[in-house]
Design a protein around this ligand. Structure first.
Ligand SMILES: *Cc1c(COP(=O)(O)O)cnc(C)c1O
Length: 466
């Protein structure tokens, strides 16, 4: 066995600042903090940094390592496939065996009429493919004026020009536009911040769904191509829609004859206790994007699934769909994704999330709900959130700037060996699907300790310095 590689932490951090530009970050903070934390190893649900710190990874990398780290089986399969055929394209009426096998496997997991799969390399690309397909579908059907896509504010659909346009994140819209036209965004079903006092869950659900119908009528139903959203908004702060919301949205899509699309990049592959989020909410989308858990992040690969009627319409045009990526259906990535799905199946990780670890996480989160800084805890499957509030019983936030408390507590968690993420003042978690009860208990112990440690600074006249 080869010995583990060793790293010069100081040198790597220096080079990181000098040359490496990290995504979705403040590059000045990267510089002033002396560079990134260097992560060198992972095993199960745990990662280690170059200083030897052990960190429980309650984010599953970035919402993706369903099967945890250190699975030699995936490395072996990648090795075999690379020796056999590392890469070949699928542009010119050619395809490699793992690519086809993976398409069939995904279609089987999706069920219903979602029997066709187009491959890409990232979630953003899967979304780009999905949007292009939705619009092209209507063009092929002879209704080219249907170009409008209705999504939700604060939805996350990736970082390409298409993904940002489709997404509803104001912070992203503020940088690098203008954006692709005909993307509309309506209120998100975010009860902690948006549910009115005089509303029960059902009334809130109806109002949030109605916002979609109102927008559809406002732009003109004959101009709308698709309604699109994450079953549970992930990057927006683990926003779990109220009961009945998705059923209502599906009804609206059918009523006006527009396509329904689901972005399953986070919810897919067991995250919320079914193979796909739309299955949990019992709806039937026409188009589905997926990535992250598809390969547990071991290699980059994503997919866009399409219903039979979509593909039949496009086939009837008898023309090439001039869309695709060099690495669409990459054989090695596809082989690794297949092996990942094998493991999820063999170890029963979807059912375990639904009936064991998901409920356990929900219970464990409840133990934090008495903490004076905690405004709400919520979870679905292995997606969880803790809302930080300055005044219990309200959704008031600390300080002049929302997000300060979240960042402070997140950093305190990381210092204590727990990787969580802060979305403004919402702490979010998405642990690997192999997480154990003991590890879930540890998440809560560290989170409580971090909350306790941060409270005095946060109370100090609401002024926080980091
Ligand atoms: C992460 C994510 C994306 C983008 O995926 P990338 O692989 O980062 O391009 C798109 N949609 C959702 C819902 C995501 O969570």
């Amino acid at each position: 066995m080869r010995s583990a590689p060793s790293y010069d932490n100081a040198d790597l951090r220096r080079l990181d600042v000098a040359h490496h530009l990290p995504p979705q970050q403040d590059w000045a903070l990267q510089e002033s903090s002396g560079g990134s934390r260097i992560i060198v190893r992972g095993e199960g649900s745990t990662i280690w940094d170059a200083e030897g710190n052990e960190i429980l990874d309650a984010m599953a990398g970035l919402w993706c390592t369903q099967i945890g780290y250190g699975r030699r089986e995936l490395a072996d399969i990648a090795h075999e496939q690379m020796v056999q055929l590392p890469f070949y394209n699928s542009f010119f009426r050619t395809a490699a065996p793992p690519t086809i096998a993976l398409a069939a496997r995904i279609a089987d997991l999706l069920g219903g009429s979602l029997s066709h799969v187009f491959f890409n390399n990232s979630g953003s690309e899967a979304v780009d493919t999905l949007v292009r397909t939705a619009r092209y579908y209507w063009q092929a059907k002879g209704e080219p004026q249907r170009s409008v896509i209705i999504g939700r504010k604060n939805g996350y659909h990736g970082s390409t020009i298409g993904g940002v346009s489709m997404g509803g994140m104001v912070s992203m819209h503020n940088q690098g536009g203008p954006w692709v036209p005909d993307h509309e965004h309506v209120m998100q079903p975010y009860s902690f911040e948006e549910q009115r006092e005089d509303e029960d869950e059902d009334a809130f659900s109806a109002r949030a769904a109605q916002a979609i119908e109102n927008k559809l009528i406002e732009v003109g139903p004959e101009r709308v191509a698709m309604i699109f959203g994450e079953p549970v908004q992930g990057a927006g702060g683990v926003i779990i829609p109220p009961r009945g919301y998705w059923k209502r949205v599906e009804e609206i899509a059918r009523k006006y004859g527009v396509l329904l699309g689901c972005d399953e990049v986070i919810c897919g592959y067991g995250r919320i206790g079914e193979w796909f989020g739309f299955q949990h909410f019992d709806i039937q989308p026409d188009l589905v994007s997926m990535a992250k858990g598809l390969s547990s992040g071991y290699l980059p690969i994503s997919a866009t699934a399409m219903a039979d009627h979509v593909v039949e319409t496009i086939r009837a045009a008898h023309a090439p769909f001039v869309h695709g990526y060099t690495y669409s259906g990459h054989p090695t990535a596809a082989a690794v994704a297949l092996a990942n799905i094998d493991i999820i199946e063999r170890e029963g990780l979807v059912m375990r999330t639904k009936s064991d670890t998901g409920p356990y996480l929900a219970q464990a989160l409840q133990t934090l709900s008495d903490h004076p800084l905690v405004g709400e805890v919520r979870s679905i499957g292995l997606l969880g959130a803790i809302e930080i509030t300055s005044e219990k019983g309200t959704s008031q936030r600390f300080g002049a700037k929302p997000g300060l408390a979240g960042a402070l507590i997140r950093d305190a968690c990381i210092e204590r060996g727990l990787m969580l993420r802060a979305v403004k003042d919402t702490l979010v978690m998405s642990p690997p699907l192999i997480i154990t009860h003991e590890e879930i208990d540890r998440i809560m112990l560290i989170a409580r300790d971090a909350l306790d440690a941060c409270e005095p600074a946060l109370r100090e006249a609401g002024v926080v310095s980091l």
